[in-house]
Design a protein around this ligand. Structure first.
Ligand code: NAG
Length: 373
């Protein structure tokens, strides 16, 4: 199993590599009106606050508030129109790739993987890479050496490129060597900490809970700092989506018992809930029977609605909970903030939707409305 996976990965990388190198695809044909827009942004093009938006494809980017973005993380293939627009606005655009344990164990696979990433980044005129971990990963040794090698190769091949690593809300010392985080942070530009999905493991009880409670977001980021990570290497990731739990038993708002689903040793998990974008939350909220409730310990809003005979409790984030979390940026002197996903907002011209959407963009930085020069 392990070897067939390794082999498949190897062949896929090899094919991409050879395919790219053979010149069949239109490499180096700049799709933008000006050749300069196909240049990655230079290293000295920096911002006081880094604001990343994760983009899941489509044309929603046309409606983003470009005065607030500094980097786009593209989950899908990058549309050339988006590339030209981002560079015109002085915004970086990076791809996502997945790190596998085998890359740190096998030098040949590692070289092929890094070469193919550099190659795609150059081919699409992008500014770097955001690395995440495969979900199956249980234990990752040699992380800092691996990240250092990626960064060294990228900076040599694409001067000024940005290398970031996405990490869970709190350091996971069973999967990683926690003594290593400070070194990993030094060998990349920054970490994007997903300060949400905090209840993937529910240990104490099986009730619907907030996705991104304020105090846990704060303590998770502080834990990275205590391990020696420079706060300027930390970007806080916030959700622009909610979680819709179906209640097995509904007692009262805030007490919605959910189906057991073991996750990494814990009896229950937020994974049972459906992820819904903020734009759907805003459509559903007026039809709920509770309206917006506020939980003061989680500092998050929620509501309950009924679908046939079953009750649903939806936990989400809105401008109030997000601007509270954005103050953590200032409190801990972090590098910036990152929104998952730009596509979650309603970009229609309806005035109510436009107001809700603007509120979400403004909540990213409630203190200074504009932080780009
Ligand atoms: C966006 O908002 C408009 C107006 O409120 C609504 O009609 C439309 O269904 C919304 N779109 C989505 C995807 O929720």
């Amino acid at each position: 199993m392990r070897w067939s996976l390794a082999l498949a990965q190897f062949v896929a990388v090899l094919v991409m590599w050879i395919g790219g190198a053979s010149g069949v695809s239109p490499i180096n044909v700049c799709p933008c009106s000006k050749r300069s827009l196909c240049q990655p942004l230079p290293a000295d093009h920096q911002f006081q606050v880094e604001v990343l938006v994760v983009d899941n494809g489509g044309k929603d980017w046309k409606h983003y508030d470009w005065s607030k973005i500094t980097t786009i993380i593209a989950l899908q293939n990058v549309d050339s129109e988006l590339l030209c627009h981002a560079h015109e606005k002085g915004v970086r655009i990076v791809m996502k790739d997945v790190m596998l344990q085998m890359y740190s164990q096998d030098r040949l696979l590692r070289n092929l993987w890094i070469t193919s990433m550099v190659h795609s980044t150059q081919k699409y005129f992008l500014d770097g890479i955001n690395l995440e971990f495969s979900h199956q990963m249980k234990n990752f040794e040699g992380l800092s050496a691996l990240v250092a090698e990626v960064t060294e190769t990228f900076q040599r091949m694409i001067p000024g490129s940005q290398i970031s690593v996405t990490l869970p809300w709190t350091p996971d010392c069973r999967a990683f060597n926690c003594n290593d985080f400070a070194a990993v942070a030094k060998s990349c530009d920054f970490f994007v900490v997903q300060s949400f999905a905090i209840h993937l493991q529910m240990w104490r009880d099986c009730f619907a809970k907030a996705n991104a409670p304020y105090h846990q977001a704060l303590s998770g980021l502080s834990a990275y700092i205590r391990l020696g990570v420079d706060p300027k290497k930390l970007v806080m990731g916030i959700p622009w989506f909610g979680r819709d739990y179906t209640c097995l038993d509904f007692y009262e708002p805030g007490r919605c018992e959910i189906t057991k689903k073991p996750f990494k040793g814990a009896p229950c998990s937020s994974q049972v809930a459906k992820q819904i974008p903020y734009k759907e939350v805003m459509e559903q909220l007026p039809k709920s029977f509770t309206g917006r409730y506020w939980d003061d310990s989680y500092k998050s809003p929620y509501y309950v609605y009924k679908d046939g005979s079953s009750y649903h409790e939806v936990w989400y984030d809105d401008p109030e909970s997000l601007s509270l979390k954005a103050t953590i940026m200032k409190k801990l002197k972090l590098r910036g903030i990152s929104a998952w996903f730009g596509n979650s907002l309603n970009h229609s011209f309806n005035p109510i939707a436009a107001m809700q959407t603007e509120g979400m963009w403004n909540a990213l930085c409630p203190i200074r409305r504009k932080w780009r020069v």
